[in-house]
Design a protein around this ligand. Sequence first.
Ligand code: 13P
Length: 301
Amino acid sequence: MENRLVSEILNLKNEKDAIILAHSYQPPEIQDIADQVGDSLQLSRAAASTGSSVIVFCGVRFMAETAHILSPGKRVLLPETDAGCPLADCIEVQALRSMQEMYPDALTVLYVNSPADVKAESYACCTSANALEVVESVPSDEIIFAPDRNLGTFVSRKSVKTIRIWNGACRCHATADMENMRAVMEEWPDAELLVHPETPPEVWELAHAVLGTGGMIRHVAESCSQRFIIGTEEGMVYRLRTLYPEREFRTGGNIYCPDMKKITLQKILDSLKNLGPVIELDSEIRKNAYDAVAKMTEITG
Ligand code: 13P
């Protein structure tokens, strides 16, 4: 059954001039068929540079929207329209405008895990891979950082700028199970613990390094350790095992994103057959959001 689905997807993908992009939190069978698996920054770059006319985005809505913002001439498909992100949904335009009125001298740096109409209201976007670099580069000493409070706190501890932090969080990272994390550390005392900056500061205190998903991959490449405990969404463990089959990886903290798992092989096949559901945005919102996303790519190359 799975083999039949995979060969139908691969045939149809060529026929429809499509590329399949998948975030590292996607289930194994989807990572296996993707043309590119990556973090949110790599995937937005891939969307901007692909020659294919159709992008099948295996991730959550804000990621597919970012692909559309950067590649308006392409058809961006999100195989499951319900694949949302509670962190992105915790901020909306009017509330951000009220915060901007409170701090009129601040420039807004918005984590890409946010809706397109809110991106359109911000100065620059960032991902977990480049949040500090973007904050340091924007021309103001006062920054509104939204919507993730943990990433905002992480950045503020490393920056001398005044950072006004929005009080939002990723439901699965913010509730990382510390007891499980400690138990796994006891079982693997020689392992390095790598955690995502969306986890709370008390988790960072246990960790060897606090990194976005792309940073975790680079860290393992450079490390001499054999074992790693991964404090981010469990899909990342499959990604790391694929890249480094000679090393050992385990999850720590029971971090699981139900939205990421809404994409299935059958939905990808249906999406290629119907060339839908298509991501569409109001053109004014897309243009203003483009400016904020492009500012990030200008800053970080
Ligand atoms: P990365 O930018 O590290 O891929 O993280 C994406 C994300 O959505 C984390 O919850």
